[in-house]
Design a binder for this molecule. Structure first.
Ligand SMILES: NC(=O)c1ccc[n+]([C@@H]2O[C@H](COP(=O)([O-])OP(=O)(O)OC[C@H]3O[C@@H](n4cnc5c(N)ncnc54)[C@H](OP(=O)(O)O)[C@@H]3O)[C@@H](O)[C@H]2O)c1
Length: 292
């Protein structure tokens, strides 16, 4: 890949609620924290450099959450990038806490979400969060109560746009009765297609779909991924990202990395166009997995 191709411009744009347009390849800031998404990174300077390089390469959508670290990911973003360049969108989340390494605890109660938004505003040094996502529905809290809280915070000017994460179509429809939903963030890749129908729903309703864990997993996926890249002198990761970008114009991948080298590889994937046959071969991987 030459320097000319090293920009997210090649991915095109996606609209968030008809209000903000961002390049269709973002950055996931979860991996900048310590091991187990817990505590500070081993290489703090390196983490700050990755964030700055991401913006230099044209990335203008950064995904984070209060629970990454906890708090560390948001603090690093502010330290690296504040005052933020015009057009940079930081999408954070709340409602799923990190009480220890590799542990999760639900809390999407209205009182917690209010506190969480205030905390994110402070750490990110913002007056208003461009995109605030409910991290996951809380099984013991009314989903409507969680979403209504985000709608109120939006009316108060603390949130600009509301997104959801780890949801089914039914949640999006219920939430949409309360507040416009601009993005949905679920686990998704060429080899992991549980949420295909949600991607289709988002496409019909002009909602951005943000796939997390976008690189695919498993032996069959790995075999196909290792064969296709040879034609492009690309890495398997780049091919997995290229598939996502071709899957739908509302797709907004946010590959996460703590390495500048990997970041540059991921951005270069925006310039890869898979042939129809390659795209379809990758699309068929879930069936291959199922038949073995
Ligand atoms: N909503 C949710 O519930 C949820 C859950 C998980 C994640 N997320 C978001 O989604 C983002 C992405 O998800 P993810 O981090 O789980 O998965 P991912 O982006 O699919 O994978 C990240 C892993 O892949 C490695 N990697 C990245 N680029 C690479 C490259 N070019 N070559 C080789 N290895 C590479 C990274 O290691 P190195 O650091 O060594 O590059 C890291 O271990 C997160 O940062 C977070 O913002 C959301």
């Amino acid at each position: 890949m030459n320097k000319k191709e090293l920009s997210t411009n090649a991915a095109g744009n996606v609209s968030l609620g008809g209000e903000i347009s961002v390049h269709r390849l973002g950055f996931g800031a979860m991996r900048l924290t310590g091991e187990g998404i817990w505590g500070p990174p081993k290489d703090r300077k390196g983490a700050l450099a990755v964030l700055r390089r991401a913006v230099e390469l044209g990335i203008n959508f950064i995904d984070t959450a209060d629970s990454y670290g906890p708090y560390i990911s948001e603090e690093l973003i502010a330290e690296a990038l504040f005052p933020y360049p015009a057009g940079l969108v930081i999408a954070t989340k709340g409602g799923w806490n990190r009480p220890g390494p590799n542990q999760w605890a639900h809390d999407a109660t209205p009182s917690h979400l209010r506190k969480a938004v205030e905390g994110s505003l402070k750490r990110l040094r913002l007056d208003r969060i461009d995109v605030y996502q409910l991290h996951i529905p809380d099984p013991v809290v009314s989903f409507e109560a969680s979403v209504e809280t985000l709608a109120q915070l939006r009316n108060e000017g603390k949130i600009r746009l509301v997104g959801l994460s780890n949801v089914a179509q039914e949640h999006i429809e219920r939430a949409h009765k309360i507040v416009p939903i601009v993005s949905v963030q679920n686990r998704y890749s060429f080899a992991d297609r549980e949420w295909d129908y949600v991607v289709a729903y988002c496409e019909r309703n002009a909602i951005a779909f943000i796939p997390w864990f976008p690189l695919g997993a498993g032996r069959v996926a790995g075999e196909v991924l290792c064969r296709i890249p040879q034609a492009y002198r690309a890495s398997p990761t780049q091919v997995a990202l290229a598939w996502l970008l071709q899957r739908s114009p509302i797709m907004l991948p946010i590959p996460g990395t703590s390495s500048i080298e990997h970041l540059e590889q991921n951005v270069a994937a925006a310039s890869i166009r898979l042939s129809k046959e390659e795209y379809e071969e990758l699309s068929g991987v879930p069936e291959l997995v199922g038949s073995r």
